[in-house]
Design a protein around this ligand. Sequence first.
Ligand SMILES: Cc1cc2nc3c(=O)[nH]c(=O)nc-3n(C[C@H](O)[C@H](O)[C@H](O)COP(=O)(O)OP(=O)(O)OC[C@H]3O[C@@H](n4cnc5c(N)ncnc54)[C@H](O)[C@@H]3O)c2cc1C
Length: 130
Amino acid sequence: MQRLEADPRVTIHYHSQVTALHGDTWLEGITLKTGDTERRIETRALFIMIGAAPNTGWLSGLAETDAKGFVQTGAAAGQSDDYATTAPGIFAVGDVRAGSVKRVASAVGEGSVVVSRIWQYLEDLRVTAA
Ligand SMILES: Cc1cc2nc3c(=O)[nH]c(=O)nc-3n(C[C@H](O)[C@H](O)[C@H](O)COP(=O)(O)OP(=O)(O)OC[C@H]3O[C@@H](n4cnc5c(N)ncnc54)[C@H](O)[C@@H]3O)c2cc1C
């Protein structure tokens, strides 16, 4: 971010939303809304960066997250299991897990590993209830 801010070729429009795209055959411009002010910017390209914010608000009060909302697991959650959260029976894998490598292969790998942990958790519950 600091490098972008220092680059004279880059203008950062903080607190702004792209609210419209313009053009018939190809992109010719966008509408940018900053507060109550809307203005059109002529441009031929728009790149969208998505997926960086975890959707974990619903977990609030159930399992602990870090300051950015990624779910704490393993040692950070006081658990010996790498994928166990602070909430018994709730496991987290993939991008949503704090400290995970944000890559497809990692998410798939963690997902495959956690299945046996879930079976073990359920088995332990069954044994305890018996
Ligand atoms: C722009 C971009 C480019 C990327 N490029 C690469 C790349 O080249 N190579 C690579 O390896 N990785 C890449 N990644 C990262 C890769 O996409 C992720 O690491 C991977 O998808 C993580 O998988 P996941 O299952 O953990 O999460 P996700 O793929 O994000 O899946 C989570 C799912 O849960 C759903 N969900 C969210 N909240 C709820 C809810 N409350 N209830 C039910 N469902 C819910 C979401 O809709 C989503 O379908 C890229 C990511 C982005 C954003």
